[in-house]
Ligand binder design. Structure first.
Ligand SMILES: NC(=O)c1ccc[n+]([C@@H]2O[C@H](COP(=O)([O-])OP(=O)(O)OC[C@H]3O[C@@H](n4cnc5c(N)ncnc54)[C@H](OP(=O)(O)O)[C@@H]3O)[C@@H](O)[C@H]2O)c1
Length: 260
């Protein structure tokens, strides 16, 4: 188990849900955080409230090219030991009813911003022959279900990106961890995009019945300290779904198609 004490950890999506719980857990481990999201006031209040010294880097990750430029400034100012790509947006709309622009937005935040921030921090990690990239994908990146064709596409994509990166980074001493949460009780459903790109603005019983953000954050911290390659963080059917899909794919296809 590697210690997080004294490490500089750049965490995206730190203003809400899993990221907020992770910020608290990581600060309690003695890490110094760079907190990223769009909500500056929330991040500043969080940085002031957490034990230790922390920084805020406000970014809109739906604009990956701008995010890359801002990220190079973060990297120039800090030696980032661990990057946690956690920010993300989900979807609740049928493929038949979803604008192409919504697919692009989901890819921008869930896939291209991950690539952009990772590319910004990697050169210095490779130079130091040490570092850790952590990306939060989803069980939806393992098993596609209704209403999430764009979200699942981006989350499947990011697992592929992390698998390739892990292979490339082995000789450089940079660890790569992919986290696949199942249902977690956060604002994700509320913030998810519908077919015209507007937020759903309502909760979802699946997420409301999921594990807590704190429970998810504890499992993520454990996976980071153990330098795991990939972990599923879930309970109930969402925990079983990736394994079921691997060994009984036609059964899972029937189950997801029959689900209302
Ligand atoms: N909750 C679940 O059931 C679940 C399951 C599997 C995977 N995940 C993944 O876990 C991660 C965290 O989700 P969550 O459940 O904690 O959701 P959440 O409560 O909605 O939090 C999302 C975070 O992403 C940030 N974000 C959203 N759009 C952004 C943008 N354009 N630029 C910068 N930051 C942005 C938000 O901050 P601002 O709004 O302040 O910018 C917020 O901090 C996501 O990658 C999600 O896909 C969640």
């Amino acid at each position: 188990m590697s210690s997080l004490h004294g490490k500089t950890i750049w965490l995206t999506g730190a203003s809400s849900g899993i990221g907020l719980a992770l910020a608290e857990a990581l600060a309690n481990e003695g890490a110094s955080l760079i907190l990223t999201a769009r909500s500056e006031d929330t991040l500043t209040a969080l940085a002031n409230r957490l034990p230790g010294q922390h920084h805020v880097a406000v970014m809109d990750l739906m604009q990956p090219e701008h995010a890359f430029e801002s990220a190079t400034k973060v990297v120039a100012a800090h030696q980032v030991d661990i990057l946690i790509n956690n920010a993300g947006v989900s979807q609740r709309s049928l493929a038949l009813e979803t604008d192409l622009s919504v697919y692009r937005k989901l890819m921008d935040i869930n896939y291209f911003s991950v690539v952009a921030l990772t590319q910004a921090v990697l050169p210095s990690m490779v130079k130091r022959q040490s570092g850790h990239i952590v990306t939060v994908s989803s069980v939806a990146g393992k098993v596609g279900t209704k209403l999430r064709s764009g979200y699942a596409g981006s989350k499947f994509g990011v697992i592929g990106f992390m698998d390739c990166l892990r292979a490339e980074m082995r000789e450089h001493g940079v660890h790569c961890t992919t986290i696949c949460p199942g249902f977690v009780n956060t604002a994700i459903a509320h913030n998810s995009l519908v077919g015209n790109g507007q937020p759903l603005n309502q909760a979802d019983p699946d997420n409301a019945g999921g594990i807590s953000a704190e429970q998810c954050a504890r499992a993520i911290v454990k996976a980071i300290k153990a330098q795991k390659a990939e972990v599923v963080v879930a309970d109930g059917l969402s925990k079983l779904a990736p394994l079921l899909n691997r060994f009984f794919p036609s059964l899972v296809r029937k189950m997801v198609a029959n689900r209302k």
